[in-house]
Design a protein around this ligand. Structure first.
Ligand SMILES: Cc1cc2c(cc1C)N(C[C@H](O)[C@H](O)[C@H](O)COP(=O)(O)OP(=O)(O)OC[C@H]1O[C@@H](n3cnc4c(N)ncnc43)[C@H](O)[C@@H]1O)c1[nH]c(=O)[nH]c(=O)c1N2
Ligand SMILES: O=C(O)C(=O)Cc1ccccc1
Ligand SMILES: [Mn+2]
Length: 495
């Protein structure tokens, strides 16, 4: 009760209603940066990284001025392609000395407008730094530069029998995934980036290069000082540029079982999930798709899957015992009136099943040509999932908008995939309203407004409601300590 009162109070205080006039924002906001980008500044950049690595071409700036989300394009003044840590360090120092915004760019697959250059400035594209620095196969870890993509890393690792399991739907850069604290369908078993990063090399805005756990450290455990690694996970380019990540790896499971089943009621599907987790069955993936999501991907991928609320399940492990886990889950599905349980018979069928899941974003945006995804991304403790899912589904039906529901329900995390077209102002208003109500409801249920996509531009007004005014103040102090000139991705996370 107290929590919910506090959240309502905070929301009244935030930008949604009182915007930057709030005393809260006056107290904590950092001064806006005025870009000073002229020919001599561009010349200085060229001296650092070479002429070919600096671009002011409109097409390149446009490409770097947005991610995959619906947020309006905001072009940087100039795009710089770094080829080394030294480049990143010198460019950062130049921007800091001249108070020019600096926005790190991974692969632009973010969903909260993270790379959009709200105040112009320099977009620092790190994709050319694409070396896998080290693989310590026996220790189950590896170190990568910021241009290494998760799928490329897994291709490289295949012969070692190891893999990196964190799997946001897009093929993102591993360091970009650090920056947003990403996760995906495998988080139920393997966790998110927070549980899987051992060390980060970061270039601070003034050009200093630090290793968050100390140079070369890659232990599973450490009690040495503050956890700076975790500070940079989810920092969304606002504290520094990540130039190396040391991440955990896992053995490719000996056996994998994938399956799908259906339910007539949302509540039956979600109750099944809660019971599977409460029984301690070690699932690898546990994904929910509602009837409207299945309908979308049947149309998009020309599938003929039963149009009903569905659970997509996967088990990883040694061959011994895995079938028993499946049988236990089967019983729970039957107890909750689930039907049509079907195991993928081979790797091809399994890939087909999961490809369909990962195509969902595009299947939904295809429903409204020209639309872009609007990210809703709430996460609650698992016992509160049935309530929020049921109420959210009701809101979407009542508003009569296209809004398929897809959830990493094994983590208490789910999305409504709203295809968003800004020119349809009436629908946009409805989408915004449902999204806001979902976030408030999640917070009232001890959850978060973003389980995996981040705050970016879209959820800045919710951050204070989520963490409270004092905690937001502490976050702002950290920001000011690392980035006193507010050059790092200004306007993101905080107003
Ligand atoms: C179809 C589809 C499906 C999904 C998703 C996207 C899409 C298009 N995502 C979102 C996205 O893939 C995820 O946020 C990635 O972590 C973004 O990585 P990029 O390399 O693309 O970062 P991108 O370049 O988009 O940058 C994102 C943010 O990180 C910062 N940044 C990037 N690289 C940095 C670096 N080296 N140092 C410091 N800051 C840096 C940027 O400044 C920005 O603020 C997702 N996510 C998820 O968690 N779960 C999911 O299920 C999905 N699913
Ligand atoms: O597919 C997912 O799991 C995502 O996180 C992608 C997503 C979620 C919500 C809106 C758009 C894209
Ligand atoms: Mn997701």
């Amino acid at each position: 009760m107290y929590l919910s009162k506090c959240i309502r109070f905070c929301l009244q205080q935030t930008a949604r209603t009182v915007s930057k006039e709030s005393p809260l924002w006056k107290r904590y906001s950092t001064a806006a940066v005025q870009p000073k980008i002229d020919t001599s500044f561009v010349g200085a950049l060229k001296t650092i990284v070479g002429d070919a690595n600096v671009s002011t071409a409109d097409a390149i700036r446009e490409q770097h001025g947005h991610d995959e989300s619906h947020h309006a394009v905001a072009m940087p003044d100039v795009v710089v392609f770094a080829e080394s840590v030294d480049h990143v360090s010198k460019v950062s120092k130049l921007c800091n000395d001249t108070k020019v915004p600096l926005i790190p760019f991974g692969s632009g697959t973010g969903l909260e407008g993270g790379v959009n250059a709200l105040q112009g400035g320099v977009c620092l594209d790190v994709t050319k730094m694409d070396q896998i620095v080290q693989v310590n196969a026996e220790d189950f870890d590896c170190t990568v530069q910021p241009g290494v993509m998760r799928l490329g890393l897994n291709n490289y690792l295949r012969d070692t029998g190891l893999w990196f399991p964190i799997d946001p739907g897009a093929d993102a850069s591993v360091c970009g995934m650090c920056a947003t604290s990403a996760s995906g369908t495998n988080a139920v078993k393997y966790g998110t980036m927070r549980e899987n990063v051992l060390n980060l090399q970061v270039v601070l805005p003034d050009g200093r290069v630090i290793d968050t756990a100390g140079r070369g450290r890659r232990t599973k455990k450490t009690s040495a000082g503050y956890n700076l690694t975790n500070l940079f996970l989810g920092s969304e380019g606002t504290l520094g540029t990540i130039t190396e990540a040391t991440v955990r790896l896992y053995g490719i499971p000996e056996k994998t079982i994938s399956a799908v089943c259906h339910f007539n009621e949302v509540s039956e599907a979600v109750d099944t999930v809660v019971q599977i987790l409460q029984c301690g069955i070690p699932m690898a993936k546990l994904e929910f798709l509602d009837d409207s999501a299945i309908d979308c991907f049947n149309r998009f991928c020309k599938y003929d899957m039963t149009v009903a609320h569905s659970l997509f399940l996967e088990f990883h492990g040694p061959a011994y015992g895995l079938e028993d886990q499946f049988q236990s889950v089967k019983e729970l599905i039957e107890m909750n009136n689930g039907f049509g349980l079907k195991q993928a018979s081979d790797a091809d069928e399994r890939n087909r099943l999961w490809k369909a899941r990962h195509e969902m974003v595009w299947a939904c945006t295809a429903r409204i040509p020209g639309s872009k995804p609007y990210s809703t991304d709430v996460c609650v403790p698992i016992t509160n999932l049935p309530e929020i899912i049921t109420k959210t589904k009701q809101m979407v039906v009542e508003a009569d908008v296209i809004g398929p529901m897809v959830g990493h329900v094994g983590d208490g995390n789910f999305h409504i995939f709203f295809p968003c077209d800004h020119s349809d102002t009436e629908t946009f208003k409805k989408i915004k309203d449902i999204s806001h109500k979902m976030a408030v409801m999640a917070m009232e249920l001890n959850g978060t407004c973003t389980g995996e996509h981040g705050i970016g531009i879209g959820k800045r007004d919710l951050l204070v409601a989520e963490v409270g005014e004092e905690t937001l103040g502490a976050m702002k102090q950290i920001k000011e300590t690392f980035d006193p000139n507010n050059i790092m991705n200004p306007g993101k996370v905080f107003f």
